[in-house]
Design a protein around this ligand. Sequence first.
Ligand code: CO
Length: 211
Amino acid sequence: MRSHEKLLLENKAWAEEKKQREPDYFERLAHGQQPEFLWIGCADSRVPADVIVNAEPGLIFAHRNIANQVIATDFNCLSVVQYAVEVLKVRHIIVCGHYSCGGVRAALSHQQSDVTLVNKWLTHVKDVYRLHREELDAINDIDDKANRLVELNVIEQVNNLAYTSMVQSAWREEQRPLVHGWVYALDDGLLKQLITLGPESKIDPIYRWDV
Ligand code: CO
């Protein structure tokens, strides 16, 4: 059997099991979604949002990209944020990075000639490095340095969300969502909280959205 065929078989077994446990499971889900969380995570195959927090379908609206970035000109991510915040009205946004992130590690190195698009995407992580160069250059071990950049990158993305008019508007009008920055450790499967911003958080005036 080829590997993709195994996925289709597994899907059949999974759907069957769900139906057996709860006959109207799929009808209920097909009815609509009311997720409480928006998850912005890394595309890394080892950090599947729903699996690591043991969540059932319907709980987490998700967007994943290389190095879990929120870029002001990325309509893909921002469309997800807009829909989650303004239509689904999620209570929490979680930006989840992970230690040993290949994207963050690559951003600490030269551009690679065989991945020209990825280079461009990682430019923003290089910017985070440049903002924190003093702290990061004081760390000698390359793994420790990359892992600290993983944390600083998560914090930066949480701030990037806070800079959006969508989040600031929801904070002002509806006192939600809380925006959390978490980091996941591949070697023990545990999440660590780094930062939470909410309606009371102070935003640098140059990023403040005025109506
Ligand atoms: Co990663």
